[in-house]
Design a protein around this ligand. Structure first.
Ligand SMILES: Cc1cc2nc3c(=O)[nH]c(=O)nc-3n(C[C@H](O)[C@H](O)[C@H](O)COP(=O)(O)OP(=O)(O)OC[C@H]3O[C@@H](n4cnc5c(N)ncnc54)[C@H](O)[C@@H]3O)c2cc1C
Length: 383
């Protein structure tokens, strides 16, 4: 039987996982990537001036409850344990996020125990008569006006460039509220950062005799000729020439500064106030506490609407975009021989673990349908 040959567009996590899963089943994979590096938005690079490993497109912490995904990434990287503990500067004080008992006690000048704090916050919230229709209503129902205005309103409006009343309630549901002193941002079982960076991890996934990677190559639909299938992790509207319009994203600008010694003493400091133009400052060396550096490098992060030529970061997904997305999904479903994958191909915010899980599933489904030999689990785990 002729060896199957597929084209993967994009060498981010989606593309790399699909390429690996298919290559170990004997499929020849060509990966084209428009940028001059692999790993997509998880890209890490060592800053030449300070020697610090920088998360080039914003901070990335790996967190998952999925044992299979965790085993998979650990085949290509040595993960060091990392707990994300974010701080926020509010009204001249520094507080811990996500909001926990320490934040509540510090902010209100109290010494509440968990039950007293719960009752206190409950008394601050608006009663739930109907489900929250937007971010602001959700916040008022769950944390009350004082905490909402101090920690969430300004930050969220800067991040999304829209009034909190025009944003979905679901955005707040992602953020925990704790009545103990646990200030870990994520509560997943497995959390860490690859010691040698995400780019090294993705490069190892792509390092296989049946995978050919071409960097600096932008995909054009004619490039699909001759391949049995295409996995496309670029923007779905871009694939169809933006025929129904452009799906809206937020993009980020980073102002970079380096200093002697340390700058802020933690990896991420949020600035929720509407009076500060930026959303947060990331000090990258704190993502690698196992390293030591005399100098430090910080990224100050500004958020704005994504224009033509900017890098798309966060899909906006308000009503208008969802309607447009439905039309593109329809076109995508009818496009023979192409699977639209990943955060840009499906126009969703996806954490890395979800990206990897979906990529594994889509590659295995393709392999099965295409009659490519399935691998016993133990063999796949070792390949
Ligand atoms: C600021 C920020 C912080 C984040 N932090 C975390 C975190 O802490 N933890 C977490 O789990 N997740 C985090 N994420 C999510 C994470 O970045 C995504 O899960 C992951 O990048 C998705 O991988 P992907 O391959 O689908 O997309 P991408 O990483 O975007 O990769 C797609 C690739 O395709 C290439 N491409 C696109 N179109 C073309 C074309 N036409 N031709 C050739 N190449 C093309 C692009 O250049 C890109 O390299 C964060 C995201 C952002 C924006």
């Amino acid at each position: 039987m002729r060896q199957k040959s597929v084209l993967v567009v994009g060498a981010g996590l989606s593309g790399a996982v699909i390429a690996r899963i298919l290559a170990i089943r004997g499929v020849h994979v060509c990966v084209v990537e428009g940028r001059n590096h692999v790993a997509g938005n998880c890209h890490t690079v060592r800053d030449q001036h300070t020697g610090v490993m920088v998360h080039a497109y914003g901070p990335h912490i790996f967190h998952t409850d999925d044992a299979e995904v965790w085993r998979f990434v650990n085949r290509y990287a040595n993960f060091k344990q990392f707990k994300n503990q974010v701080k926020a500067q509010v009204g001249g004080g520094v507080y811990a996020l996500p909001i926990n008992l320490h934040t509540i006690n510090q902010f209100f000048g109290k010494t509440f125990d968990p039950n007293a704090a719960r009752a206190f916050i409950q008394a601050q919230t608006t009663p739930v008569i109907a489900p929250a229709r937007n971010f602001e209503e959700q916040a008022l129902q769950t944390i009350g006006r004082d905490l909402y205005q101090a920690f969430f309103k300004g930050y969220t409006e800067k991040q999304w460039g829209r009034a909190a009343r025009d944003l979905p309630a679901s955005l707040l549901k992602r953020l925990p509220l704790r009545f103990d002193y646990n200030d870990d941002y994520f509560s997943h079982r497995y959390q860490g950062i690859p010691e040698a960076g995400y780019t090294d991890m993705v490069a190892r996934m792509l390092d296989h005799a049946l995978i050919e990677v071409q960097l600096g190559v932008r995909f054009d639909r004619v490039d699909a000729r001759g391949f049995d299938h295409v996995f496309y992790s670029g923007a779905v509207d871009g694939y169809f020439g933006h025929s129904y319009g452009r799906l809206a994203y937020r993009t980020l600008d980073f102002e970079t500064r380096s200093y002697e010694g340390d700058f802020q003493g933690c990896a991420v400091m949020n600035y929720p106030s509407a009076d500060v133009a930026y959303t947060r400052i990331t000090e990258h060396k704190y993502f690698a506490p196992w390293e030591s550096h005399e100098r430090t490098i910080c990224y100050t992060e500004f958020s704005r609407d994504c224009g033509i030529g900017d890098i798309p970061f966060y899909p906006i997904r308000l009503v208008h975009e969802k309607q447009m997305l439905a039309k593109y999904r329809d076109l995508a479903a009818r496009e023979a021989g192409v699977s639209f994958v990943g955060r840009l191909g499906t126009y969703r915010y996806l954490d890395m673990d979800v990206t990897i899980k979906e990529a594994m599933q889509i590659a295995r489904t393709y392999a099965k349908k295409a009659g490519v030999a399935a691998l016993p689990a133990a063999l796949e785990a070792a390949a």
